[in-house]
Write a protein that binds this ligand. Structure first.
Ligand SMILES: [Zn+2]
Length: 247
């Protein structure tokens, strides 16, 4: 039996039989993996903190006879994100981020940058007075950047003018006032919106939330990033629909 050490964030859990669950772990060492766990207090009880959804833990794992499934030999909590899970809306936002993570990170394919992004966003969601919508739009734009879909807003992609007034959502490029009118699927972007997108694209994760934005602009930025990410990933997320209903 070969033991493997890994750290990772638990992004999904599904019941498996009466006393077991299969958890999805996003790990920098192993990518996305599935592991079976039966370590529950008294069988029916709650999962150990280190094995709960949204926990960031270290694991000692081994491969069992089931194809692709890992078994857990040991698990220790690194960060439980306690504040986040005590807030219903925190759970709703975290669930959506996990959904995106599970879609993007491939089985057994390393993606440390994406794990770093989602962990940073989880820490941000855990803070008192967290602005959830600001965190969401940052998460969505940064996800687009990591996936290679960063919008290019430096100049008009059609005539080369420096003034960009539209974002072509499908192509991820900027268009000026004149050219933008001729295209379908474009969204108007003010100077402030353009600067916010460029800031998020380029900022280090430690500073990416350090920008001022009004609630109204944040709402628009949010609707843009939401459509943009959905278009480029080509999928709908049930957790996002739920999030919108809950707001
Ligand atoms: Zn133009």
């Amino acid at each position: 039996m070969k033991l493997v050490n890994a750290t990772g964030l638990i992004t999904k859990e599904v019941k498996y039989g009466d006393n077991s669950r299969i958890i999805t772990i996003i790990s920098p060492e192993l990518g996305k993996i599935s592991a079976i766990t039966n370590k529950y207090k008294g069988g029916k009880g709650k999962a150990l903190p280190s094995l709960q959804l949204f926990s960031y833990s270290s694991f000692v794992l081994f491969k069992g006879s089931e194809k692709g499934l890992y078994h857990i030999n040991e698990a220790d909590i690194i960060e439980p994100f306690k504040n986040l899970r005590e807030d219903l809306m925190g759970i709703v936002y975290a669930s959506y981020f996990c959904d995106v993570a599970n879609h993007i990170v491939m089985e057994n394919e390393e993606n440390p940058e994406f794990l770093r992004l989602i962990l940073n966003m989880f820490y941000a969601l855990s803070k008192k007075d967290a602005n959830f919508d600001k965190i969401k739009t940052v998460f969505e734009w940064k996800t687009a950047v990591l996936e290679g879909y960063a919008p290019d807003l430096e100049k008009c992609s059609s005539c080369g003018a420096e003034e960009v007034s539209y974002l072509d959502l499908g192509r991820g490029v900027g268009l000026c006032k004149n050219c933008g009118k001729d295209y379908a699927g474009v969204a108007e972007i003010s100077r402030n919106i353009k600067e916010a997108i460029k800031y998020i694209e380029n900022a280090e994760l430690s500073k990416v939330l350090s920008f001022e934005i009004s609630d109204k602009l944040c709402e628009y930025l949010n609707s843009l990033s939401e459509i943009y990410l959905r278009m480029h990933l080509g999928t709908e997320f049930k957790t996002l629909e739920y999030l919108k209903k809950m707001k």
